[in-house]
Design a protein around this ligand. Structure first.
Ligand SMILES: [Zn+2]
Length: 85
């Protein structure tokens, strides 16, 4: 798998078939001498690629909740748990 540009990286991170996207992300940051925070910001601002803090996967804007800093799937799980009270 060749990742030359941030666009490639964003595409790979959002690809469901990739199992360890977090490793890809960390490796790219290391290779390009960037802070992970910095890389995360660029990806979210320019490449429609958002990191979920709960499941450590990457999603496009439609599948990500800014407010919760989680993907909508993690948010859904939280909501369901609350309903059980
Ligand atoms: Zn998630």
């Amino acid at each position: 798998m060749d990742i030359d540009t941030l666009e490639d990286l964003a595409k790979e991170l959002k690809n469901d078939e990739n199992e360890n996207v977090l490793a890809l992300f960390e490796e790219y940051a290391k290779t390009n001498n960037m802070k992970e925070e910095e890389l995360e910001q660029i990806l979210s601002k320019k490449y429609d690629c958002f990191k979920c803090e709960s499941c450590n996967k990457f999603y496009c804007y439609d599948e990500y909740s800014y407010f919760d800093e989680e993907c909508i799937y993690c948010c859904d799980t939280d909501a369901e748990e609350e309903e059980e009270y």
